[in-house]
Design a protein around this ligand. Sequence first.
Ligand code: AHG
Ligand code: MN
Ligand code: MN
Length: 355
Amino acid sequence: MHQGRTTLSKFLIQQLKGAPEQSDLAALLVDIAAAVKAISAMTAKGELGGVLGSLDSTNVQGETQKKLDVMADRAFINTFSMGGLVAGLASEENDDPIEIDPQDGSGRFLAVFDPLDGSSNIDVNVSVGSIFSVLRAPEGRAPVMADYLRPGSHQLAAGYAIYGPSTMFVLTVGKGTHGFTLDREVGNFILTHPHMQIPEDTSEFAINASNERFWEPPVQRYVLECKNGRTDVRERDFNMRWIASMVADIHRILMRGGVFMYPRDTKDPSKAGRLRLMYEANPMSYVVEQAGGIGSTGRVRILDIEPEQIHQRVPVIIGSRNEVERLERYHRDYDSGVDEKYSSPLFQERSLFAS
Ligand code: AHG
Ligand code: MN
Ligand code: MN
């Protein structure tokens, strides 16, 4: 039984052979998988482990921290501190990046992560996840903020864990996107989903529709057309899903296609979107692009954005190629005024003056 199984370590040795940086990266990914196993065990205990509920604290984003947010954050920080491979780290739960004592090794990497994604689902026993992104650390000096603020195209590796009915670890090092399932009895991640590919077309979309009145017209147009289904331009019916864990929604899209949107909205004008560039949008875009999909803000490729802040937020439109391209076209139509019904008010004002 189980003959010829490819473990995570065996897979990484095969994918990352060559320069010493490559084998260090393999070792780091095995460390991250170890933290994921610990978090998987915590989440699985639920009420019995005393891990549910909130703390009195808030994070830098003003969000109340759940116990598991902080426990998962600690699991990652401990792993990175002991591993000797990371020079610094930044996470959703910490205001500023944390430097790892160089005495523990000359870490080649920076780790940026969302320790627990989908926190609102913890207490109701719905899938949650963790997201990570690996960047190169500077050589011969301690990392500074500018070392973290690299575009997503500079990521050396990225991925996520999903704590669902099974725990999976999905990653890319720029050679496709590959999924591993945790064999709990043995404690190993086994390659179960090599070369994941997102179907180009889809009839499924994911968006928090309660925000509809705050969306921009191109997103309103897209969703309305999907809802109208076969009675409108799409000529087929669509289905909608919203788990409220980005990891779980994007995992579904990797498995069977779809488009995930947390677009720009006017709910809070000080925020460009809900999701964070460095530890949500960038790593998930890398994983999705490596599986044949697209990650976009609707106007630009997410991986090309020059970050300005570690906790900065961006609009996110991610998933099946043809649907994301359609949404980008709707944004262009809106911005340029090509589509009269959905053109930007700015453009309408200009053309009013012109006539
Ligand atoms: P986090 O739990 O790390 O703060 O992230 C939650 C994010 C994302 O996972 C999810 O897609 C989205 O917030 C859900 O937002 P709504 O509650 O507005 O639906
Ligand atoms: Mn998150
Ligand atoms: Mn989180």
